[in-house]
Design a protein. Structure first.
Length: 272
């Protein structure tokens, strides 16, 4: 089995820490070999306001380094995944971008080989967890799965929801939405209003929790939960947000609430 280099968006370090620590524990449990961790600190929807070549240069370097080490990037948040997919789109479609990028970074690449150098975290988890003896601790629970709108085709093509339901025992309602966390930097009042709208739309469907692979979603909906509640005029705040690795770690009885860092959440999960 190839070793993986973990890659994530570190624009929100506190939220990213919860995801990273849980994924490291899950990889250890599933015997997924990890060679290191890399991070990219950028909110994708702010790209018009930052140096695109510098940002995409980080992605290019990470892919090239993984290729040299004969490893793969294990991308474990959806914002970074979308950044990588956008990098390849621009590389193929924007000749000026391609030429300037290669000139600035002095890197010769085989772009077709680089496309093989990354994989999205749920795919690796599903490959390695099948067949393991585990308790279906989520049997009878219902959750909302909050996903980036751009990932809908990928999720459907790989039957991720069906695979998750089969292994976890969860009933999953999918919500494909644009991530609005970027508003926290420009208009917090609007961010809290929109965050509260999305949060309570899912809550009102009778779910027990909300899961997401998007660190920005967690930052907006968990770490700003009290502000979102006030902006929405609601008095309930009980449905927690969870990252995908936390959901899978909970299948193994040796992992309790403290192991999953539930105490780091603003909306504390109480189901374990």
């Amino acid at each position: 089995m190839k070793e993986y280099i973990l890659l994530h968006n570190d624009f929100y370090p506190k939220s990213a820490f919860i995801l990273t620590e849980n994924l490291k524990k899950l990889c250890q449990k599933l015997q997924i070999p990890i060679a290191g961790i890399q991070k990219i600190a950028c909110e994708n929807r702010l790209l018009p306001f930052v140096d695109e070549l510098k940002y995409y240069g980080q992605i290019l370097r990470a892919l090239v380094e993984a290729q040299k080490k004969e490893s793969k990037l294990l991308v474990y948040d959806s914002q970074t995944l979308l950044g990588i997919l956008e990098f390849f789109r621009k590389y193929y479609e924007d000749l000026e971008f391609k030429e300037q990028l290669l000139k600035d970074f002095g890197i010769e690449v085989d772009i077709l080989e680089l496309e093989k150098c990354f994989v999205f975290m749920p795919e690796v988890i599903l490959q390695n967890i099948k067949g393991l003896h585990k308790k279906r601790r989520w049997e009878g629970f219902k959750c909302a799965f909050l996903l980036d709108r751009e990932l809908e085709k990928i999720v459907r093509d790989y039957y991720l929801i069906e695979e998750f339901e089969n292994i976890l025992g969860l009933k999953i309602l999918t919500f494909y939405k644009d991530s609005l966390d970027y508003l926290l930097l420009s208009n917090k009042r609007l961010a809290h209003k929109m965050g509260g709208r999305d949060y309570y739309e899912m809550v009102d469907c009778g779910v027990d929790c909300i899961i997401t692979p998007n660190i920005g979603n967690f930052e907006l909906l968990d770490r700003n939960a009290h502000e979102n509640k006030r902006a929405s005029g609601r008095d309930d705040l009980e449905i927690p947000l969870l990252f995908i690795p936390q959901i899978f770690l909970a299948l193994f009885e040796e992992f309790g609430a403290s192991d999953l860092l539930f105490d780091r959440h603003i909306i504390a999960p109480k189901m374990l």
